[in-house]
Design a protein. Structure first.
Length: 342
């Protein structure tokens, strides 16, 4: 069965994708510089799948290392590229770090694989739609000017990949536009490991519930939405991981739509931040301490995806609902309390 390079494979979405690739009969090979993840995730993955995945620690921004890896691993025929910096706030403070890391790594990989047939799946984001003009937003919606350097790296990377796929025969590429990934593997052995104070909603909720944080501050409740809170399309990380396997399969079969394609990866359902909190309280049996504070600059008010294209053409559809998302996120937080991973 084919070998798939998973860059960023010890990270949150990467580790779940390594498990799903293995379950689907692929051999995942991880490259990670461990800048935002722990080597211990390899042991955690092993507890789930029974074998420790092959692992190489280096920075993809180092072109010599990338070329050496390609030379020593001639049997890789697919790449899922997660490795990237992803904190929106930090990208505003330090844009050059984002442009450096996210572009050098991408371009080094593409250049190193110029000589062989490669299926390439890229981690993109619904952030490319900005505040959409219509909902649910589909893939034909215009890409709006990015509100952060992080968002800009996703937009420009999509352009680089489309031009690359069209210019060189050997590349077939799919960009997956994720909505809001949450939750953890049902075993509670892998999940999100935020460094420092979490910026995203779900880890902040679970860390508050377990007592690591005093309270959650909700950023505004006076938006023009059903209950005044922002609305998001939360997607279970295991469903998201399976979307990557579906993308590799479509590329292996030959995507009839051509050498470059994009797909929304969400559930198609919009839940407000308040609804997410209520769902968490129900799944965990915990009352969450939260207060409503001022809006966060740059937040999108409402976004959820039209998943018709991924359902029909990627042959993938989310199976898990908001209860499973919250329940698994909570089990993972409780696991971490008993078994800290640094
Ligand atoms: C952001 C990025 C997105 C990125 C994603 C994952 C933008 C516009 N979006 O999504 O590109 O892929 O992070 O890193 O840059 N919230 C609170 N209190 C908190 C944290 C969050 O109320 O402490 C609210 C936010 O205001 C928002 C919702 O929860 O309404 C989701 O926030 P978050 O988890 O940060 O994700 P996004 O902002 O949707």
């Amino acid at each position: 069965m084919s070998k798939i390079l998973v860059t960023g494979g010890t990270g949150y979405i990467g580790s779940h994708t390594v498990v799903e690739l293995h379950n689907a009969g692929y051999t995942p090979v991880i490259v990670d510089n461990l800048s935002n993840s722990s080597i211990k995730m390899l042991d955690q993955i092993e507890k789930i799948i029974g074998i420790k995945p092959e692992f190489h620690q280096f920075d993809l921004c180092d072109d010599t290392k990338v070329l050496e890896f390609v030379k020593n691993n001639p049997d890789i025929n697919g790449i899922i590229h997660f490795a990237a910096s992803k904190a929106v706030g930090e990208s505003v403070q330090n844009p050059l770090k984002y442009y450096h890391n996210n572009f050098f790594s991408l371009i080094n990989l593409l250049e190193a694989y110029r000589e062989k047939p490669i299926n390439f799946v890229f981690s993109s984001s619904c952030t490319v739609y900005g505040e959409p003009d219509y909902l649910p937003v589909d893939e034909a919606a215009p890409v709006k000017k990015a509100t952060s350097p992080y968002g800009n790296t996703k937009q420009i990377a999509e352009e680089i990949l489309e031009e690359t796929a069209n210019a060189y025969d050997n590349f077939n590429i799919i960009a997956l536009r994720y909505f809001n990934p949450v939750g953890a593997h049902e075993s509670a052995l892998i999940g999100e490991l935020p460094l420092g104070v979490p910026q995203n909603l779900l880890p902040f909720i679970t860390q508050t519930a377990i007592g690591k944080r005093d309270k959650l501050t909700v950023f505004g409740n006076d938006f023009d939405t059903k209950d005044g809170f922002c609305v998001r399309d939360f997607i279970h990380v295991v469903d998201l991981a399976k979307a990557h396997v579906a993308a590799i399969k479509l590329l292996e079969k030959g995507n009839p739509k051509g050498k470059y394609d994009v797909f929304n990866v969400g559930t198609g359902n919009g839940y407000s931040v308040l609804e997410a909190i209520k769902a968490f309280e129900e799944a965990s049996g915990q009352k969450l301490n939260y207060v409503v504070g001022p809006r966060r600059e740059g937040d999108i008010v409402k976004v959820y995806g039209d998943v018709t294209k991924s359902t029909n053409e990627l042959n993938w559809k989310a199976q898990l609902g908001i209860f499973e998302m919250m329940d698994s996120a909570w089990k993972w937080e409780k696991y971490l309390q008993e078994n800290p991973i640094d």
